[in-house]
Design a protein around this ligand. Structure first.
Ligand SMILES: [Zn+2]
Length: 51
């Protein structure tokens, strides 16, 4: 007999497992060139500056 899980994991249990993953919000900082909020390691959408 193959090892089969007795019970399917509930949605609650899945959510508990994944909640820690969602804690990390996208890191955004102010552009040193134009002071507009932008994502780090990405080209600034306002002035095109990469920092
Ligand atoms: Zn900028």
């Amino acid at each position: 007999m193959p090892p089969v899980p007795k019970r399917r994991h509930s949605a609650e249990r899945k959510g508990k497992r994944r909640k820690s993953l969602k804690l990390k919000l996208p890191t955004s900082k102010r552009c040193p060139n134009c002071q507009s909020l932008k994502q780090t390691h990405q080209i600034c959408p306002t002035c095109g500056q990469y920092s």
